[in-house]
Design a protein around this ligand. Structure first.
Ligand SMILES: *[C@@H]1O[C@H](CO)[C@@H](O)[C@H](O)[C@H]1NC(C)=O
Ligand SMILES: *[C@@H]1O[C@H](CO)[C@@H](O)[C@H](O)[C@H]1NC(C)=O
Ligand SMILES: *[C@@H]1O[C@H](CO)[C@@H](O)[C@H](O)[C@H]1NC(C)=O
Ligand SMILES: *[C@@H]1O[C@H](CO)[C@@H](O)[C@H](O)[C@H]1NC(C)=O
Ligand SMILES: *[C@@H]1O[C@H](CO)[C@@H](O)[C@H](O)[C@H]1NC(C)=O
Ligand SMILES: *[C@@H]1O[C@H](CO)[C@@H](O)[C@H](O)[C@H]1NC(C)=O
Ligand SMILES: *[C@@H]1O[C@H](CO)[C@@H](O)[C@H](O)[C@H]1NC(C)=O
Ligand SMILES: *[C@@H]1O[C@H](CO)[C@@H](O)[C@H](O)[C@H]1NC(C)=O
Ligand SMILES: *[C@@H]1O[C@H](CO)[C@@H](O)[C@H](O)[C@H]1NC(C)=O
Ligand SMILES: *[C@@H]1O[C@H](CO)[C@@H](O)[C@H](O)[C@H]1NC(C)=O
Ligand SMILES: *[C@@H]1O[C@H](CO)[C@@H](O)[C@H](O)[C@H]1NC(C)=O
Length: 566
């Protein structure tokens, strides 16, 4: 076990072993665009994806065909929650020579002590994706940054903050996949801002990351630049990522730098924060020879890239074919490696990237101004606010008609009901703009930072009051209940709602709602799944958004009974 402490010291550096030192894993920090261990050596991610695929789940990178995910949002496996499995896998991860694993789906209700300690002792860092399938991730078709997602992210960070081997938290995976969806980047950047503020507030040294699908330079370049820029123009890193991940599968078989990587090398040549391949390992010519490792860890690419994460340790099936480099026996007891494994092992063992520039020579970070909007870059430089739990709770408490689902699996009906309620409001000449957000215009409705269930209570209340507080108009097929404690006149409801949200439009260090589990408590929480993917609720929600986006609702005058937040 102790022999492996060399991994902690930047295993990439041949001859830089911590000889015989039984040292704790070193903290990794970012200086400018490079990563360094505490002893000042440059840190390269020699990684492998470590995520067992849940039953019936198509793998997460095929997000364009995300539907298979949606029908099984809960069939997921937390790869860091079973100490027996982690102990079983450790020798193989050590043979492979990795210093980092990426986990796509963790459940903050579970105990991760055994796995995290096992990997920490072996000098293996973790990259933790904070999003989850189902309703635990931003939906690229109807993106928002809301209290429930922030809550999920913070609960996960709280659970992992006690471990010394969390290298980074990813605030999203492949949220933006095409030019027409780039407005979603405003919400990703807001998530990075709020997660960064939270991480700083608890004195965690973990980096803030995002993993992007590869794509056309006309939107990929501005995406990378946007996620590391400063919209205020004052060289502040407050909204910038530390670590941009590119899921890149361009190198297949015995390719060459010129043929496969020269393009991305050029694209990221002037990048200001650290970048790595958050996934790599093309499967079109099996068995994989992994000759890209020599290129990625060469002095040709080390000025731009800090390593990468090979996909994947466990078997994983996608539309493209079969990934994975080990198989696990049906009883979970034994691991069998494939030639993909031994080939990667050979390549990782031979990789020896330069230990340069020195940490003092890495320079200080600069945060340039953000990309201008154009036809392939739609994101505004005005970000949504930090979701404010207490403001949204205050609002919910004051709403006269509340969403009270009869099923605990309410995710699927929220979107349908939002759609329905907004169409009723539209027919009455009202608008659902208070719950809408638009990353292109940078306009975010006052309620758009709240949990979709609170958005729903809000529009149900709007409709209820417009109908003279007639109990029947709060029913929504048995999904709504009149809140007798709430103000029932339009003006009183508006006053209370506006007052709750009055100070919730800015940026702040996020805090969990009162009563929620804190950093040391065990938490109860949401979802779980293998990967981050769009979700059932918000896909349906998209219908409501489309409806609202049509403009019909906004045009007509507000009917006398309808109210909107001042
Ligand atoms: C939740 O509801 C959806 C849609 O009705 C359904 O597909 C899914 O299987 C349900 N999930 C659970 C865990 O019951
Ligand atoms: C982007 O365009 C594709 C078709 O090219 C479409 O399927 C998708 O819904 C569009 N996304 C958005 C957010 O408009
Ligand atoms: C939009 O701007 C980006 C730079 O931010 C540029 O790479 C891209 O080509 C531009 N798109 C178009 C359609 O001109
Ligand atoms: C790659 O090159 C090696 C050695 O030249 C050869 O043995 C192997 O078959 C090639 N593999 C592929 C996938 O082209
Ligand atoms: C943990 O993993 C081991 C090895 O795969 C397996 O036998 C065991 O059932 C797992 N435990 C749980 C609680 O899933
Ligand atoms: C959040 O909202 C509450 C309730 O309106 C307000 O008291 C508080 O100041 C807000 N917090 C921040 C940081 O804006
Ligand atoms: C209702 O709103 C008022 C005004 O914002 C606030 O003071 C009060 O606490 C809210 N009621 C509840 C039960 O949260
Ligand atoms: C997802 O929906 C379930 C109910 O179906 C809920 O318990 C959970 O809190 C939601 N998670 C998020 C992040 O919204
Ligand atoms: C609640 O709303 C859903 C979606 O519109 C509907 O299918 C259901 O019948 C409603 N009533 C109850 C009690 O769930
Ligand atoms: C997370 O773990 C808890 C506790 O075991 C469990 O109840 C919950 O279903 C898990 N969530 C998922 C999505 O698997
Ligand atoms: C956002 O606003 C722009 C400009 O008004 C509009 O073209 C676009 O459709 C809106 N997007 C959404 C999702 O409503």
């Amino acid at each position: 076990m102790r022999a492996s402490s060399r991994f902690a010291a930047g295993l990439a550096l041949a001859g830089a072993f911590l000889t015989g030192v039984d040292a704790a894993i070193q903290t990794v920090t970012r200086n400018g665009r490079y990563l360094y261990t505490a002893d000042g050596n440059r840190f390269y991610i020699k990684g492998v994806a470590y995520q067992e695929q849940g039953k019936d789940i198509s793998v997460r990178w095929s997000r364009a065909q995300a539907i298979p995910f949606l029908s099984h949002p809960l069939s997921s496996i937390d790869p860091l929650a079973n100490g027996t499995a982690c102990t079983r896998d450790l020798p193989y991860l050590q043979q492979l020579g990795v210093n980092t694993i990426r986990a796509y789906s963790v459940n903050s209700s579970l105990n991760h002590d055994s796995c995290m300690q096992t990997f920490s002792n072996a000098g293996i860092y973790t990259i933790i994706d904070l999003s989850l399938p189902g309703n635990g991730s931003m939906d690229r078709d109807a993106p928002t940054w809301t209290t429930n997602l922030l809550d999920l992210y913070i609960e996960t960070i709280d659970v992992f903050s006690k471990y010394n081997n969390v290298l980074a938290y990813n605030v999203g995976n492949e949220v933006v996949i095409a030019a027409n969806g780039t407005a979603a980047a405003t919400f990703v950047k807001a998530a990075a801002r709020d997660v960064k503020a939270y991480i700083n507030s608890i004195s965690s040294s973990a980096l803030v990351g995002y993993a992007s699908i590869d794509g056309d330079a006309t939107w990929l370049d501005p995406l990378a630049n946007y996620l590391s820029c400063d919209p205020s123009g004052s060289n502040s890193g407050a909204t910038a990522l530390d670590l941009f991940g590119l899921n890149n599968y361009e190198w297949c078989g015995n390719s060459t730098f010129e043929a496969s990587y020269a393009g991305v090398e050029g694209q990221f040549a002037g990048y200001n924060v650290a970048a790595y391949f958050s996934e790599y390992g093309c499967i079109t010519s099996p068995p994989r020879v992994w000759t890209e490792v020599a290129a990625l860890f060469s002095s040709q690419m080390s000025p731009v890239w800090s390593g990468g994460v090979a996909f994947s340790y466990f078997p994983a099936t996608s539309a493209q074919g079969q990934f994975g480099m080990v198989t696990i026996s049906p009883d979970g007891s034994t691991v069998t490696t494939s030639s993909d494994f031994t080939n990667l092992q050979t390549q990782y063992a031979a990789a020896s990237p330069p230990n340069s520039p020195s940490q003092s020579g890495a320079g200080t970070a600069t945060y340039p101004s953000c990309p201008q909007q154009n036809s392939s870059w739609l994101a505004s430089n005005t970000l949504p606010p930090t979701p404010n739990f207490s403001a949204c709770q205050c609002l919910e408490n004051n709403l006269s008609c509340q969403f009270t689902p009869s099923t605990s699996n309410y995710t699927a009906i929220v979107g349908a009901l939002l759609d329905y309620a907004c169409s009723l409001i539209g027919q009455s000449g009202g608008s659902c703009s208070a719950i809408s957000s638009n990353g292109t215009t940078g306009q975010y409705g006052a309620v758009s930072e709240c949990d979709p269930t609170i958005m729903l209570s809000y529009v149900m209340s709007d409709y209820y009051i417009a109908n003279g507080a007639n109990a029947q108009s709060c029913s929504f097929g048995g999904n709504g209940t009149v809140n007798s404690k709430a103000p029932s006149s339009a003006s009183a409801a508006n006053t209370a709602a506006s007052s709750c949200l009055a100070s919730a439009s800015g940026t702040s260090v996020p805090t969990l709602p009162a009563g929620a589990p804190g950093p040391s408590g065990s938490s109860s929480s949401s979802g779980g799944g293998s990967g981050s993917s769009p979700n059932a609720a918000s896909v349906v929600l998209a219908d409501a958004r489309t409806l609202m986006g049509m403009g019909v609702l906004v045009a007509a005058g507000i009917a006398s009974g309808l109210w909107t937040i001042a």
